[in-house]
Design a protein. Sequence first.
Length: 213
Amino acid sequence: MIKQNINITIIILGLLLFGFISKSQTTDVLNNLYTKNGATLTKTNASNHIFEYKNQKYGSIYSFDVSNPFQILVFHSDFNTCVFLDDKLSEKIILNLDIYNINAKLVCSSGNNGIWIYDDLQEELIHFDIKFNNIDSRKFLGITEETIFIFEQENFILLGTKEFIYIFDNFCVLQSKFKIKTKIYWVEKNIIKIKNKQDTFLFKNGKFELSNF
């Protein structure tokens, strides 16, 4: 059941998403700095030690998720492949989504060390646990616009397009959606910045709230 439809005016300045969207640089909760350049991801820690991940086999990195600094998710969209890295950017797990008959458009980490996937061809939201067992999924979500980001926050899944932000619960059930008058510019973890740069929308308790700080 859709609980609310709230207009949000947001300007276009770029796309940032705490590692979920195709972006070049971000930091994690430990203030490690990550930089993406083609097929290479580098990490610089507080001691200025540099770690590097590069796997030419899978081509360029489309997105990376550092919400868990000890299990970093890298998505190579051209090869439909997710790579999980440790805190030194060494490969832990390589997951080819072709074997699950999934054509991933977007991926992000899950709070249970699993993964959320959006398959735009099947119009399906899919949740895997840490052992890559399918916990839940839901097809035919009714999203006709191009999706541009996905992330998990407070046990909710936010799936964004150029027109709406769709809010799902952990069972892939749509809870609400927010109308966007212009394209999203900045989503970083739980913060969306709008035209007045002193204002931000915070996602809290399942909804967006305007916060000035």
